[in-house]
Design a binder for this molecule. Structure first.
Ligand SMILES: [Cu+2]
Length: 475
């Protein structure tokens, strides 16, 4: 056995592989023959500049300095994660359908990776599309411990389009621990915000941020991407913000939404697109034939602030765009979601097991919760090989971007109205709204199912879904 291993891989690859397995907190069997292709990702501190000031935040980089990871369809996701931080961490591969032990939820999937430790991951890089990676440990995501994870399918590889990634993050000079402590201070129901006297309708935001970043930069000093005049561009937009929804804005240009959360949809044309926390949008555009630059903007929901990048052909002027806007960004809701249709919907007719999931909580105490089958703290317990529908009922005044790990689901109902909606891994459930998603149970394990607003998650809006490899004989 040892002889076979040594013959199959290079010496360097073999040493890396064995060192990784020995020091790993996540005990995963890596096929040794694949070790030679393993990539190293380092969780480390780095400096960025926000509004002219240096900020030390976390990051996830390859040795080449590349931010995150891009793979091609058919590749193995074969990673050694090195924790160079001074604290423990655990990284989740958002949107992947990996074996549950490699899913990166601390204490649920595996133990955290200690400071200085390493962990190995190996599984087929599926499904393809715009995915991302982020810490699932404490509040580290707010410290920017997140990066793109792109699996380019054969269509993307063959198409004559330049790929551009726009990675959105909310930024504060206040530490996430202090933000969370402030949110949890007892407060009367009517003084929840500075503008509570003017406030009507749902609560849009509960954290005041100092800046909104696109590819680590603000619009004062934006990421300017060189493109070709008249060229076709696929913009892969990832909302990696801890607690902010956006409306994407292409101005006078029309874009074609071709995938949401990495999953293809019937192309949908518009110039604005809502993007909730943790969601992704792939949008195809054609650069103007007159050679003008195109800003891709993300207007913050309920705030007079925005972020964005500039697509600039050679010789074009990139006009300065203010981070501040005259009006607040629109409420992010489901008007567009209702119109989206999956290009590859769930197939087959199966008996459906329907699971009620209540989203509850209150702003005044800042306790958020999830009740499965009417009981909080209960996992969704199901069986392999079934069609399951999660009926999420939001009983709170805030919207909740609900994410299920390890599965893609289809949006099949909004307030009782049935639809053949998009395949996603994160769906927004606005206040007083019921959203039903359907999925097939084909990836057994113990999976996290939670609100992706980082502070709602930290305050308790977290549940699990569990099922075994072998279905019991009776149904
Ligand atoms: Cu929430």
């Amino acid at each position: 056995m040892w002889m076979v291993v040594i013959m199959d891989v290079s010496r360097r690859g073999f040493l890396t592989a064995t060192a990784g397995v020995a020091a790993s907190a996540v005990v995963t069997q890596i096929p040794q023959a694949k070790a030679a292709s393993r990539k190293i990702l380092r969780a480390r501190s780095r400096q960025i500049e926000v509004a002219g000031k240096a900020a030390t935040r976390y990051g996830l980089e390859q040795d080449s300095g590349v931010f995150g990871l891009t793979l091609d369809e058919g590749d193995q996701f074969d990673i050694q994660l090195v924790n160079e931080l001074s604290v423990d961490t655990s990284i989740h591969w958002h949107g992947m359908e990996e074996p549950w032990q490699q899913d990166g939820v601390p204490y649920l999937s595996a133990l955290p990776i200690t400071s200085g430790g390493r962990a190995d991951y190996s599984f087929p890089a599926l499904p393809t599309g715009t995915r991302w990676m982020h810490s699932h440990f404490g509040l580290q995501e707010q410290n920017l411990l997140a990066a793109p994870l792109i699996i380019r399918d054969k269509v993307a590889q063959a198409e004559d389009a330049q790929e551009v990634v726009m990675f959105l993050e909310d930024f504060s000079w206040t530490s996430p621990e202090e933000i969370f402590a402030n949110l949890r201070k007892p407060k009367p129901e009517m003084s929840m915000s500075k503008e509570s006297d003017k406030k009507v309708g749902p609560d849009l935001n509960d954290v005041e941020f100092d800046a909104f970043l696109a590819n680590d930069r603000t619009l004062d000093d934006p990421d300017v991407v060189a493109v070709e005049k008249g060229g076709k561009i696929r913009v892969r937009i990832i909302n990696a913000s801890a607690s902010s929804n956006y409306t994407l804005d292409f101005g006078s240009l029309e874009g074609e939404l071709i995938a949401v959360d990495g999953n293809p949809v019937i192309p949908f044309k518009a110039s604005t697109f809502p993007l909730a926390i943790a969601q992704r949008a792939d949008i195809m555009i054609t650069m103007p034939s007159d050679g003008a630059a195109v800003p891709v903007l993300a207007h913050c929901e309920g705030r007079k602030m925005r972020s964005g990048i500039i697509l600039r052909p050679k010789g074009a002027k990139a006009a300065k765009i203010s981070t501040v806007t005259e009006t607040e960004g629109p409420r992010v809701a489901l008007e567009q979601e209702e119109k989206l249709r999956a290009a590859r919907p769930l197939t087959g007719r199966k008996k459906v097991r329907s699971v009620p999931v209540d989203l509850t909580g209150s702003m005044s105490s800042y306790i958020w919760n999830m009740g499965v089958e009417g009981l909080s703290g209960l996992p969704v317990v199901i069986r392999k090989g079934k069609r399951v529908e999660l009926v999420m009922v939001n009983k709170t005044p805030m919207s909740h971007p609900m994410h299920l790990h390890g599965h893609s689901f289809q949006v099949v109902g909004i307030n009782g109205q049935r639809l053949q909606g998009a395949m996603r891994d994160t769906v927004l459930v606005p206040p007083k709204t019921t959203v039903t998603v359907a999925l097939d149970t084909r990836n057994p394990g113990l999976w996290a199912f939670h609100c992706h607003n980082l502070y709602h998650l930290a305050a308790g809006m977290f549940s699990t879904m569990a099922y075994r490899e072998i279905p019991r004989s009776s149904s």
